[in-house]
Design a protein around this ligand. Structure first.
Ligand SMILES: [Zn+2]
Ligand SMILES: [Zn+2]
Length: 238
């Protein structure tokens, strides 16, 4: 494959970008290069990603786990995600097949190609089912679908918040705050299902209303004042 080039920033423990300048990264189908670090993709035990953010982990010869979090600032995060999945899945499936062959059990090896990301899914010792879960793109895909890959399947995931099988997507939450001497807002991105997002929206609405300063009446207090004025007027008129 043609080497995939991108730029990235490391993320700290709070998920904030570290440093001002982006660093160079690349993936040639086998080795992931992040600045001056070279990582064989097949040795990555974990690759989790949301949007442009990635968490990777590997284990060294002494058995120590190393992990890193970074965010793609330019280049294709989807491309990197897909290529890492292809490389890792093929390497792992081949390693397992060779392991079984060495033990004289090569006939037990069974695999399938994910209809959504084309990763090799190792199905050895698993029962045959019409659908399979791909651990690389996290999709449950239908095998041998006469219409080809079913697009709607790719939208279904386990929700990060409730853990239910749903259609999580990215929401951007704006938190507005009003303090005595200042006001402003900050935003946060979250991946969750619409049902979980509804609860957050109500909660956020409640927080905004509680933090409102006394000189900015909300709709309900406006109504109260209006009726108070009306009442006093009526009283005055009598
Ligand atoms: Zn897949
Ligand atoms: Zn949810």
């Amino acid at each position: 494959m043609e080497s995939l080039r991108f730029k990235f920033k490391w993320l700290d423990n709070q998920g904030n970008e570290a440093g001002i300048l982006s660093k160079k990264g690349s993936f040639d189908g086998k080795t992931l290069v992040l600045d001056d670090i070279q990582l064989p993709a097949a040795c990555l035990t974990t690759v989790e990603s949301r949007g442009k953010r990635f968490v990777i982990a590997t284990v060294d010869r002494e058995g120590h786990t190393h992990q890193a979090v970074f965010s793609i600032t330019s280049g294709s995060a989807d491309g990197l995600r897909a290529e890492l999945g292809l490389c890792r899945s093929r390497a792992w499936a081949e390693a397992h097949r060779e392991e079984l062959a060495a033990a004289g059990r090569a006939h037990e090896f069974r695999n399938a190609i994910c209809p959504h990301c084309q990763a090799v899914i190792d199905l050895t010792s698993m029962p045959r089912t019409p659908q399979v879960y791909c651990p690389f793109c996290k999709t449950i895909g239908t095998l041998d679908s006469p219409q080809g890959p079913i697009k709607a399947e790719a939208q279904y995931r386990l929700c990060d918040t409730c853990g239910m099988y749903s259609k999580p997507r990215k929401f951007t939450i704006f938190y507005f705050y009003f303090l005595f001497v200042m006001y402003g807002f900050y935003q946060q991105e979250t991946w969750r299902c619409p049902a979980c997002m509804r609860g957050e929206a109500w909660k956020n609405n409640g927080v905004s209303r509680r933090n409102r300063p006394h000189n900015l009446p909300d709709f309900n207090s406006l109504k109260v004042r209006h009726s108070t004025y009306g009442h006093s007027k009526r009283r005055n008129s009598f």
